[in-house]
Design a protein around this ligand. Structure first.
Ligand SMILES: C[S@@+](CC[C@H](N)C(=O)[O-])C[C@H]1O[C@@H](n2cnc3c(N)ncnc32)[C@H](O)[C@@H]1O
Length: 211
């Protein structure tokens, strides 16, 4: 699929919440486009084999599959509010779901359906920039993290977004320092960020913190 031929407003809505047949194509596109960003993310997640991990906005489920590989004695949960993405991610991870290693849920990051102090690591790739009031979602992330649990967000930097996407009002264009400030305001400590460059996506960055 060539996403540059899609009207930017429709593309932005589909990236926010993939729906219908076009949503499935967007899911396939995300697998290809975000592969190197995923490698960058996992290089800095430092997962331990027994970690309990939550991915928010798992999309087609590639990062869920990688988290499963890296947590042979752990557990991986995922939440996404697109039923098209849930179906794709379930297909990709059906064995791990059957084994009880993975649980994928349809739901919204602003109301996480998990108990307090459940996860060692919470992460999301290309999702934070959709949150219009990020302190609300971050309070939920913090609630479900264990004390000393880590949070990490991956962003394609706005300089590498496709033409017109930044003008749709769907995305918020952050710099790493903005994300550090918001994470600190949300109550995380040892906050940091790292700029990177990935093959297909141009500039990208990570922002992280500890509960
Ligand atoms: C741009 S896609 C990124 C998918 C995947 N993380 C990746 O990097 O390839 C954003 C995904 O986050 C999901 N999403 C966005 N906002 C969400 C929210 N508030 N709660 C749950 N899922 C959300 C969308 O449905 C979509 O699957």
């Amino acid at each position: 699929m060539d996403p540059t031929v899609i009207n930017p407003t429709i593309l932005a809505q589909q990236l926010l919440k993939p729906e219908g047949e076009l949503g499935e194509k967007i899911g396939e596109f995300l697998v290809e486009r975000n592969a190197s960003g995923m490698t960058f993310t996992f290089e800095h997640l430092y997962l331990k084999p027994s970690d309990h991990v939550l991915e928010i906005g798992f999309g087609p489920g590639e990062a869920i599959a990688e988290a499963v590989k890296q947590t042979p004695q752990g557990f991986v949960a995922g939440i996404d509010f697109s039923d098209v993405m849930l179906r794709m991610a379930e297909k990709r991870n059906h064995e791990a779901i059957a084994d009880g290693h993975v649980a994928l849920t349809l739901g919204d990051a602003s109301r996480l359906p998990y108990k307090d102090n459940t996860f060692d690591v919470v992460f999301a790739m290309n999702v934070f920039h959709f949150w219009q009031e990020p302190l609300r979602e971050l309070a939920e992330c913090r609630r479900v993290l264990k004390t000393n649990g880590r949070i990490l967000f991956y962003f394609n930097h706005h300089s590498s977004w496709m033409d017109g996407l930044g003008d749709t009002g769907v995305f918020i264009a952050y710099e790493p320092s903005d994300v550090e400030k918001i994470l600190t305001e949300a109550g995380f400590h040892d906050v940091g960020s790292l700029m990177g460059a990935v093959e297909k996506d141009g500039k990208c960055f990570l922002g992280w913190g500890v509960k």
